[in-house]
Design a protein around this ligand. Structure first.
Ligand code: CO
Ligand code: CO
Ligand code: CO
Length: 348
């Protein structure tokens, strides 16, 4: 449902992703606090991953995540779909199967018609239905800025948890969606993006990572994460730090939106990209041939981005073919895991 007159993104100060807490803020807030210790807490805050995992029995664990943010597109139905696809993504990145979800809503009831909220929730509901997930509840508060998202709970086998770490030397890295949605969202807010590019990026952001997750189940995948607010290199850094491995990325092989490249060259870079670079830039060595605009895009905060998968080299080509056969056209080999240099990212 397109709505020409209402611009959801205009009510928002700053980019959606940039409005998130700066990288490391939560770490600082939690520093020194007594975090819960429980032998059944398999993945918790001390080894922050895409989602938390709690073992219920020998063959069942719960995988739980939560994501919400202000709109990055003007169409309320699309925004609902994007928020839901994004929230579900962390479950898929862990190798889990999402089961239930709860809405989280902040709504400016004094200045916005309630029908807009209804349409947003309708978009979210349609997306979680597509994922086979049941809505079990939610919570709404009145706020000056519209925000929407979901907490999602899924099932996972305790022995089959895909974390970010566990990179192995020689692994091949595969990315499943193009990068540049943060720059394009900035162009949308500035009124520069036409309907064609808005539709293209909306389609990518509303596409579930479910099919990619289903395909990778049948391959020797060692690690996985999804690309969201920290950008391609920020999330890659999370895989690298503490893994004991380095990575080499071929910048020319990373799928990028051509429109985002153009706008990045014009300086339409969301604040989050600079935050991401400040946070993780010291880990990255860029080759002389990697242009500034490509570097900026590799730090561009993504909404509902693709999966970044580390797979055994011998099966990498076959995994890309299988992903493409499932309609994941952007799937591409973007780099490899190397033992030296230790825990650094080389972009050539
Ligand atoms: Co994630
Ligand atoms: Co998340
Ligand atoms: Co993961």
């Amino acid at each position: 449902m397109a709505n020409e007159t209402i611009r959801l993104t205009q009510t928002v100060k700053g980019a959606g992703c940039a409005a998130k807490l700066a990288p490391g803020v939560l770490d600082k807030a939690l520093c020194g606090l007594d975090l819960p210790v429980d032998p059944n807490l398999l993945v918790g805050l001390e080894r922050a991953d895409d989602a938390g995992v709690y073992r219920v029995s020998d063959d069942l664990a719960l995988v739980q995540t939560l994501d919400f943010f202000p709109p990055m597109v003007d169409d309320p139905y699309s925004f609902g779909q994007i928020a839901a696809a994004n929230a579900l993504s962390d479950i898929y990145a862990m190798g889990g199967v999402p089961k239930t979800a709860m809405n989280i809503v902040a709504f400016p009831a004094k200045t916005m018609d309630i029908s807009i909220l209804r349409t947003i929730i309708e978009g979210g509901l349609d997306k979680i239905r597509e994922a086979g997930v049941v809505l079990v509840g939610g919570h709404t508060v009145e706020d000056s800025e519209l925000k929407y998202g979901l907490s999602v709970t899924g099932y996972i086998h305790p022995d089959r948890i895909l974390t970010k770490k566990n990179l192995q030397s020689g692994d091949i890295l595969i990315l499943t969606k193009p990068v540049g949605t943060g720059v394009i969202a900035t162009a949308i807010k500035a009124g520069l993006a036409d309907q064609v590019v808005t539709d293209k990026v909306t389609l990518a952001m509303t596409t579930l990572n479910r099919d990619a997750a289903l395909v990778m189940e049948n391959f020797p995948v060692h690690a996985c994460t999804d690309i969201t607010g920290f950008g391609f290199l920020g999330h890659l850094a999370e895989m690298v730090v503490g893994s004991g491995q380095g990575v080499r990325i071929s910048a020319a092989d990373v799928p990028l939106y051509p429109e985002a490249l153009e706008w990045a060259a014009m300086g339409l870079i969301p604040a989050g990209a600079y935050n991401n670079r400040n946070f993780r830039g010291a880990l990255v060595d860029f080759g002389a041939n990697v242009s500034q605009r490509v570097q900026d895009l590799l730090f561009d905060p993504q909404t509902s981005g693709g999966l970044l998968i580390a797979v055994a080299a011998a099966e990498a080509e076959r995994l890309v073919i299988a992903l493409k056969a499932k309609g994941i056209d952007a799937a591409a080999i973007v780099g490899e895991v190397i033992s030296e240099p230790f825990e650094r990212i080389i972009v050539e």
